[in-house]
Design a protein around this ligand. Structure first.
Ligand SMILES: [Zn+2]
Ligand SMILES: [Zn+2]
Length: 148
């Protein structure tokens, strides 16, 4: 659930986190962060590159990868592998808001889902395991409604 008002946006939180580290938010970094801040699901580096080009923002693919590496290493973006061998990238929200993914093995469609019961079940697994769990990925693979 989103409690909106006083919660800082991912884009603002990310720019501030980099500034605290003494990293400037110019050029490619600013452009990629702005684009990611508008997304509600994960994108590949190629998709990010294509969308930037479509909107007339010229950032090289190597720069896109560099920014994504930085954001991943700073814990601001999650790298997700949905089984295609191509990494996808998704903003990490500080409040813990997140979703999981359904992947169509036929057409490659990726959809997001959220399920509070699943989250509660995973908390239960953590408690029973004795592990201090830092995060989790859940990916359901199969055929989407159009391909099944
Ligand atoms: Zn997603
Ligand atoms: Zn979850």
């Amino acid at each position: 659930m989103v409690e909106g008002a006083e919660r800082q946006s991912w884009g603002d939180a990310t720019r501030e986190a980099l500034q605290r580290k003494g990293l400037r938010n110019g050029g490619a970094r600013r452009t990629v962060i702005d684009l990611l801040a508008e997304q509600d699901c994960c994108l590949t580096a190629q998709e990010i590159f294509d969308r930037l080009r479509e909107s007339g923002r010229r950032v090289g693919i190597a720069s896109v990868y560099r920014v994504l590496e930085l954001l991943s290493s700073e814990g601001l973006v999650q790298r997700i592998d949905l089984g295609s061998g191509i990494s996808r990238y998704e903003p990490i929200h500080s409040g813990g808001d997140h979703h999981h993914h359904l992947v169509c093995n036929t057409c490659g469609r990726v959809e997001a889902f959220e399920d509070p019961r699943l989250e509660r079940a995973l908390v239960g697994v953590e408690a029973a395991s004795g592990y201090l769990v830092a995060g989790h990925d859940v990916v359901l693979h199969g055929a989407c409604a159009d391909c099944r």
